[in-house]
Design a protein around this ligand. Sequence first.
Ligand code: PEP
Ligand code: MN
Length: 339
Amino acid sequence: MIVFFKHSATHAQIAELQLHLKQLGLESQLVPGKNICLVHKLTDDTILAGFDFISHTKAISSSFQLSSNQYKEETNFDVNGIPVGSAYVNIIAGPCSVESEEQIFKTAEFLSKHQIKFIRGGAYKPRTSPYSFRGLGKEGLKMLHQAAKQYQLNVVTELMDLSLLDEVQQYTDIIQIGSRNMANFYLLGELGKIDTPILLKRGMQANVNEWLLAADYILSGGNDKVILCERGIRSFDPMSRNVMDVGVIPLIQSLSHLPILADPSHGTGDSRFVGALAKASLVAGANGLMIEIHPDPKKALSDANQALSFEAFETLLSEIELLKPTIKKLKPTSYSLVV
Ligand code: PEP
Ligand code: MN
C-alpha cells in the first residue's frame, strides 16, 4: 500500500507512524523527496485511522508498486528542454560503440541535420567475449560529449558498473542500463539516489513483472525519471539474434505509467529488419526508438550486422514521417512526435 502524506506532515509524525507499523509487524519504506511511504503487506488502511497527517492511501494490486499505473497515470519530464515520456515520441540514434572522433562527429552532424535530439554510443561496452572490442572508455565518453555539444544533442550512454557512475554521469544526459545489468539490484538502488534519467533496458530473459520490479528499485530510491526500453528477448530459435517483443509495448502501457522505447536493432540483430520492427513498434504505441546507425556499418567494431547506414536511416525517417498522422490518431491529443 502507498501512503500519501499531507505537506504539513513532520518527520516526527512519520517516524511515529513507522514505529506503530513496526509494532504491528509491518515494514514501511519512505521514498525520498516524494512525501510517500510504502507499507508492505498492508491491504486494509483502517489501522491508519487517527494519523491525520496522512492525506490518502492507495492499495496497488501488483507486486511492482511505484511503476504501476495504479500509482500514477503518466511520466513526462524534460531533458535539457526536450520533452520525454509517456505522452511523447523521441528517437535516439547512434553507433553501438564510440570508435573514433571522425565516426562520432560525423554521426552527430548527420543526426542534427535530421532534427534528432539524442545521440547514443557506448564507451564502456558489455561484450560477450573479453577478446572483442570493449569500447574506448573515458576517451570515448569525452568524444561523445564533445560531438553532442557541438551539434546540440543529448547523450545516452551505458553505465556498466557503480565504480564508473561519477565519470559517466559527467558526460551523459541519460544513463542507459543495459540488458545484462537490469537485474543488478544494488546498482539500480544507487541510481534511485540520483536525478539523471535512466533508460532501463529489458533483461534478455526478464519477464514483465521482473522488469517493472527492476524499475521499482530505481523509483523507490526517489529517482522518478525512468524510461523502459524493449530490446528483444532470447528464444529457442538461432535464426534471429533475439525476439523483438512488440506485444510488450501495449502490455507495459496497460500496467505502467513509464514511457517505453523500442530498440529494434538489438531486437532483431539484423539491419534488414530494423525498419520493419521500428515502424511496428511506433504503431503499437512505443514512446520512441533507439536505433544503431554507423557511417560505415561493415566496419563497425561492434554490432556491425544490425547497424543502419545513414541512407537506410534516412529511408526509415521518411517512412516514419508517413506514419505520423496514423500514430497521432491512435494516441490521445497530448501526444506529439518530437522529431
Ligand atoms: C547496446 O545498446 O549497445 C547494448 C549493449 O544493448 P543491450 O544491453 O540491450 O544488449
Ligand atoms: Mn549494440
